[in-house]
Design a binder for this molecule. Structure first.
Ligand code: OSB
Ligand code: MG
Length: 382
């Protein structure tokens, strides 16, 4: 059945799904408590309608299961065996139908999100509107940009990195920490930059036994401390939070709206980092944002060193109400010599990112660059 347009009502039948594996060199080495990245290796889903319209969804899984359990390998398996068969041939009236279609598959949020986000982009392009509008975001000109700085070789190198990003205009600086490279880093940055909005991210490197160290971050006037304890332990965070003045922000622990509800109800955090790719997609992100708003929990949009495709989706997401804090969405040029979009995502001297007003993700996809970065490709038809 061909898609037809009538008013804003569009029916879209999914005819084909393509899944590519891309590799892109990173301009810098990104070190966190769980490992070091020197290239971006990721899956890119493209969904096609009967009419030949298409949409793109960038997956946030990595080669390894060191951030969360999913990997590029598990995502490809789950999409091929379980998700693609449910989406192919389905006639969508709303992008939110993905939720019901895929709910039988437990977990695998990153795999689901890649397809879900591609379907949102397909709807936006088919309707001829920017993604933020399809999502129900506000028509904002700009969103505020923050930056995430990896572990450096020494404190002087870190201070230099922070100085560069502050000079570039970023409105909030996040530094990565790990046991043995924590209080000294925060102290040094705070001393040199007494008033910048500053936070730290531990990526689950501590346990409750380290509470004394974590309490001492209170002296640095941080906006928040991100995911200090285990990726899957909300209860432990609820025991830590009352010991700290600094709000805990959860990242890894929040993989669904249900997890956000649990975390808030036991007092495990004061702030939540939303990554659409980590929580199963944009609808789930919207739900988490609404849950947080109802409990006056601020949210912000995290990042996974995405290419321009995932980066643009993050920009659109941040037009939703409740995204009041600067996120980790930084300029394309920080990460890649050559991004997959033109223009790249840019950050102005006041630390603002322009929200695209063109259909879908809103910047041109440079397919020759996508092709060059593609190391493997699969496709399935209805
Ligand atoms: O914990 O937020 C994180 C990158 C990869 C995996 C996890 C995280 C990050 C970042 C980088 O902090 C954010 C970005 O610049 O995209
Ligand atoms: Mg994090």
């Amino acid at each position: 059945m061909p898609g037809f347009r009538g008013g804003s009502q569009v029916k879209i039948r999914i005819a084909r799904i393509e899944l590519r594996h891309l590799k892109m060199p990173l301009k810098f080495r990104f070190e966190t408590s769980f490992g070091t990245m020197t290239e971006k290796s990721f899956l890119l889903a493209q969904v096609f309608s009967d009419d030949g319209d298409w949409g793109l969804g960038e997956c946030v899984a990595e080669e390894h299961p060191y951030y969360l359990p999913e990997t590029n390998g598990t995502v490809a398996h789950i999409i091929r065996e379980f998700l693609a068969p449910l989406i192919l041939g389905h006639v969508f009236e709303e992008p939110t139908e993905t939720d019901g279609l895929l709910s039988r598959i437990r977990g695998h949020e990153m795999a689901k999100a890649a397809l879900e986000m591609a379907i949102w982009d397909l709807f936006a392009r088919t309707r001829g509107e920017p993604l933020f509008k399809t999502l129900g975001g506000a028509a904002k000109e700009t969103i505020p940009a923050g930056v995430s700085i990896g572990l450096q070789n020494d404190v002087p190198a870190l201070l230099k990195r922070v100085a560069v990003e502050v000079a570039a205009g970023y409105q909030r600086i996040k530094i990565k920490i790990k046991p043995g490279a924590d209080l000294d880093l925060a102290r040094a940055v705070r001393k040199e930059f007494p008033s910048i909005p500053l936070m730290v991210d531990a990526n689950s490197a501590y346990t409750l036994k380290d509470a004394e160290i974590l309490e001492r971050f209170d002296e640095f006037n941080l906006m928040m401390i991100e995911q200090p304890l285990a990726w899957n332990d909300i209860v432990e965070h609820s025991k830590l939070q009352p010991l700290l003045k600094t709000p805990i922000c959860l990242d890894e622990s929040i993989t669904s709206n249900a997890a956000a509800e649990s975390a808030i109800s036991v007092g495990a955090c004061g702030i939540i980092n939303i990554k659409a790719g980590r929580v199963g997609g944009l609808l789930s992100s919207k739900r988490i944002q609404a849950t947080c708003a109802a409990h006056r929990i601020p949210v912000w949009c995290g990042g996974m060193l995405e290419s321009g495709i995932g980066r643009l989706a993050n920009v659109h997401l941040q037009t939703l109400p409740g995204f009041t804090l600067p996120g980790d969405t930084s300029a394309s040029a920080r990460y890649f010599d050559e991004d997959l979009i033109e223009p790249g995502v840019g950050v102005d001297a006041r630390g603002q990112i322009r929200v695209p007003d063109q259909p879908g993700l809103g910047h041109e996809i440079i397919w020759s660059r996508v092709e060059r970065a593609t190391i493997h490709r699969d496709a399935w038809s209805a």
